[in-house]
Design a protein around this ligand. Sequence first.
Ligand code: GTP
Ligand code: MG
Length: 413
Amino acid sequence: MGFLTSVSFLKNFALSFSQMMSMDLEVEGILERLLDAVNRGGTTAMAALVQAERRRIEQVTVDVAVTGPSRCGKSTFIHSAMGFQDGDEGGPSTAPGPGATKPAPYRRPGFPCCAFWELPSVGGGGGGAFSPRGYLRAVEADRYAGFYLLSPGRFTQQAAALADELRRLGKPFYFVRTKIDADAGGREDRGFARASLQAVAAGRFARLDLEYAVARFFCVSCHESERFDFAACIRALQRSAPPLQRHALLLCLHHLADKMELKNSLKELIPVAAVHSCVVDPVEVEQLPYRANVAFLCDEIRLYRLLLGLDYPALSRTARLVGRPAFVLCDEIQTRLARELTEKAVADELLRWTEKNVLVSPGNAKWIPLLGRLPGGELSGTSTIRLLDAMLEQFMDDVYRIRRKMADVLRGD
Ligand SMILES: Nc1nc2c(ncn2[C@@H]2O[C@H](COP(=O)(O)OP(=O)(O)OP(=O)(O)O)[C@@H](O)[C@H]2O)c(=O)[nH]1
Ligand SMILES: [Mg+2]
């Protein structure tokens, strides 16, 4: 097996392994607690609990560290990873300065649960004074779910020593070679990763070897998150995180996430959202035989649309990448609720699913005992689950249609 083949094999193996694993957002625990609540306190207790369970998931926080030598691209990497647009407030500054002396967090507007921290620079060169343990203690390494170790050229002995210590601590880390746009030649060469990580091979590390490091090596341009390995290095972090943190990272970094993984994570929580609609502030809806919180469902579907990149600003940005106006991509969207998302349209769609009187999908059969306890009976929960399920699936079809259109435009069709 060639060198590059073996690297991609390792990365693909990690992917298929993660896809085999269920997302496991512990929804079975939520189901049990909801059943218990309804037995003890009826609908009122169920309404209070379902809101608390959703809040608990929304409030899971994830901190990610970005480090490397001075001027290696830490701020620019964070800027692109968090999807800050030029002119957005709250992004990191890239102006040359004395450099940070303590970690600085950056959060994306609208997604407060995930923070990327710019750590103080790791001294360049081969000076012997650097202590990985001291550095990690000073930046409070325990806090972070993962570390990006950046370098615009070959990694230094300090970076390798830091990685060795991170492995000892059991922290996921990634070697990210930045500014690859200025130095892309050779990136595809057999030995590029090995040469970049020469310090790992040259050093005598207790826990770090070259193959392990090479499997965690990525090449990026911090200015262009859509090129090179930028998305791959973010996805590696998302896959390494425990389920609830992975969910938070998928939501916060949705523009770089694998859309199928994002969809699957959202899908797991659909029954919880359906229960919410049926018991928290539901209202009468014309012709519907049960009450539903249509405003909440509309917000939920709006979130799906945003996360899957089907909202107008995201489509405009995507179209700009291929030098086209937004309508070229908007025309590809076939799901009615992606084009016209109003409470009336959501109510109509919910009624359509209710009239079909479909069964709950086999994956959600375990929810049937709870759905039967909803004020509107099983039909209310089943139809709401089917509505949200259908929205996610149809939005995914739109995502694929847009991808195909982008490929056609690039080919000049
Ligand atoms: N061509 C290119 N330039 C980059 C890249 N990443 C960063 N830069 C440039 O490198 C310079 C330093 O980038 P920063 O993101 O400020 O680097 P930093 O590590 O945060 O710098 P300090 O915080 O000052 O240590 C800026 O002029 C960036 O525009 C990259 O991937 N490609
Ligand atoms: Mg900086």
